[in-house]
Design a protein around this ligand. Sequence first.
Ligand code: AGP
Length: 606
Amino acid sequence: MCGIVGINSSKPVTGVILNSLKKLEYRGYDSAGVATLKDGFINETKCEGRVENLENIITKNKNDGPIGIGHVRWATHGQPSEVNAHPHSSEKVSVVHNGIIENSTLLKKHLIRAGHVFKSQTDTEVITHLITEYLKKHDLKTSILKMLKRLHGSFALGIIFKDFPDIIVGARRGSPLAVGYGPNENYLGSDSYALKTMTNKVSYLDDGEFCLIHKNQVEFFNSEGEKVNKEVLEVSSDDQNYDKGNFKHFMAKEIYEQPNTIKSCLKEYIDKINKDINIINFPWNSKEIESIKLIGCGTAYHSCLIAKYWIEQFTDIEVETDIASEFRYRKNKFKSSQLYIFVSQSGETADTYAALDLCIKNKMKTCSIVNVVESSIARDSGYVLPIHCGPEVGVASTKAFLGQLLVLYLLTLKISFLRNEISKDGYSTKIDNLLELPKLIENTLKIESEMQEASKDFSKAKGSMFLGRGYSFPIALEGALKLKELAYVHAEGYPAGEMKHGPLALIENGMPVVVIAPRDEFYKKTVSNMQEVISRGGKVLLISNKSTDEVSSENLWKKIEVETISDDLFPFLMTIPLQLLAYYAANSLGYDIDKPRNLAKSVTVE
Ligand code: AGP
């Protein structure tokens, strides 16, 4: 999941490539590099770390030219270092790559035997040597075709050539790749976002295709080398929201945006006058849906887990959830009466896309819930429901999670209503409850300072646990994931009732444990499990809601009370304290909150 950008122009391109790479750091940020072609020579500059470091080096070495490619990396083969950073160049070609070449070890052996000398530990470098080798005997197009046929795995490539100084080659299999069109210059990008500062006119390569980008035209070819025509699309050029404003981190900004993002999403979907949910042109008859499968990764998977409870509660439809990386390799029994829902903020997650692709190939009903509407998942699924929360920049998903929950809840209610499984009154009441959400989220955010205080103990802990029942169990998983990815503290999410079946053994004196227990049907049971943790030395932070009855707060370490709402909507409010907990734990440790170690915002490798 690296970021790629390429520009073929008549003006110097390095400055523009660097700007675009800064925007692409959400895809990877362990190293960066640029290669340009000038006066018949390929010049390569790369370094470990951020684009900022690269910019400093380029200011000194003045690597510039009218044609160039750039890359930000998230390491798959070989540790993050200057030598492993892309581009990987020979005297003749320079290559940037997103994806994984699965047969690189074998190809490398053949190439070494043919006299090639490798500098890096990356899989990408085999592409450099392979194309260099083919160019010795073949023309450019034949060399590309031959090289692509030898590669196994997934890739998006950008290549420049010493001997073809007016061409950038782009090629894709598995990983997405976009081409952009400008005045007397054309572009290549790992997605349309990479191109947004330069153009809003784009085309997407389909799987197996490659292209030759000239200054004034772009030629597209299929995997057999036959010319194909491409539609030119206009993408939105919304560049607002990529600014932290007065916040120290994007994550803090995104947490505090949630009352507004929920309000905007409600505006898009709720018809207040007719008390209805606008899910227009839904292509299937809801009464014919016999089962639903919800698929996602990470936080998006957690939103699927919560939706399972809602679908079970409001409909008679059978529902299952699956982690995309598992689903794609399982022997699935595809059913034409099943609706497959894919949840993804970026819409580019490789595993989620592969799961979608499998369903498309099996002619299933596919619906995606995404934030990025120009993404591959949105483009290729049968129906799309956007979450309308604006760009999410922080690697940790916050406002997108609430957006996913909201759209999943709206879809569930609408399907239930269309199937006559909820009364007209019940449906209206649920819509009224939803309209209260923005205000209640805003009020819940007032617990900030209490969470900041509580976070101190979590940041020092060697381990922690998050417990909940019912809707609060997936929220516990999400709270634990946030703490892990931001504060690098070991955290386990568990159903509260499961503790005595093993994990209770982990509880020792002073271990911080979050118990999520709104006053719902599970409240008393969860509180009993909480007492079992307390009696074994656990230091419990209870997150519940305001109520007149006293909580059994005996021996509690801390109690946080959020607003009260109908039981099925508690996940929206319970998430807020956990986001703040992880944020402040990481902040007190001085970690890079928006770009946590080893991670990336868009996970485009499997
Ligand atoms: C969440 O905080 C994560 N960084 C991660 O789990 C993320 O939700 C996951 O990678 C899925 O991404 P997507 O929503 O873009 O598909």
